[in-house]
Design a protein around this ligand. Sequence first.
Ligand SMILES: Nc1ncnc2c1ncn2[C@@H]1O[C@H](COP(=O)(O)OP(=O)(O)OP(=O)(O)O)[C@@H](O)[C@H]1O
Ligand SMILES: [Mg+2]
Length: 298
Amino acid sequence: MTTTVISYWGKGGVGKTTLAAATAVMLAGEGARVLLVSSDPLPSLSGILVDVESLLLDVVELGEQVVIELWKNRFGDEVYRAASSFLPVGREFVDYVAGAPGVSDQYMLYYIYEVWRGGRYDYIIWDTQAAGGSVRLLRLEKEVYTHLGDAARLYLRIKTALSRIRRGNVDPLQLLESWRRLAEEILSFLASDNHRLYVVAAADPLNLYVSRKLVRELATFDIRVRRVVLNMLSGPETCPECPFWLESVEEQRRIKAAFEAEFSRSPGLCTVPRLPHSPRSMDDLLKLASILKECGLP
Ligand SMILES: Nc1ncnc2c1ncn2[C@@H]1O[C@H](COP(=O)(O)OP(=O)(O)OP(=O)(O)O)[C@@H](O)[C@H]1O
Ligand SMILES: [Mg+2]
């Protein structure tokens, strides 16, 4: 079986981490080999998975510092060799590059891609950071891809001049080309059927706006959204006598109708109720997962 990557995207606080954990717990409970990975710079998975430690499930939280270290391990040498072949730089150059904006972020995609290629898991469940950040990852990957092509062309143009000052026998062109190919592979992997992406939203106007934008933006990367999940819907029963509550339920009902009009046919809409308390227990997570399953997820 090839590994399937399941990712949850959406605005802040809509339940991405919760639904990712629920999906992972369910699949692991069914005997699948599951990796749950968070690319949130402030990961909160361990706050959710307090009651389910006994599950056979691998969990990786890629906080910012962890990612910088992983990036240095994987690319540090290559970057140093390429740069020092024509610039008088020391090893600290690698720390400098690792700290540059976007470099560590972009490593997230590479990490997930590499684990996917490793084939050790049936499922990789990817809990993304809030929408803006995740879309930025995609844009960065595309920029890396295009700019490395430009860099190679530029390098060819100034090659003769550079060869006079070049030290060692590193061919930066080969390195640039290997990085460019990697970025290209990652983007096409994300657009493939091995990646199933879900957009999560809460029932408010801003979430409707963000979900719409997200679905469109992902389409520009040829990434198809499988479903929009409308999470934390409440009913009147919580407080049938409270005008304030009933008003909020009424607003949710109107927004839900707008979500239906927009997403029911394509990519499909799945609604999940608000549980009476923050879902952290095994029972709660399995309950959410079974609701998702009824909508055909994952
Ligand atoms: N169906 C639900 N019923 C009740 N509470 C929920 C439900 N889904 C999520 N929550 C609660 O909503 C809050 C936000 O959820 P979560 O942290 O999963 O969102 P997130 O999208 O990952 O947020 P962030 O963007 O900050 O990473 C949490 O307190 C969580 O327990
Ligand atoms: Mg989260």
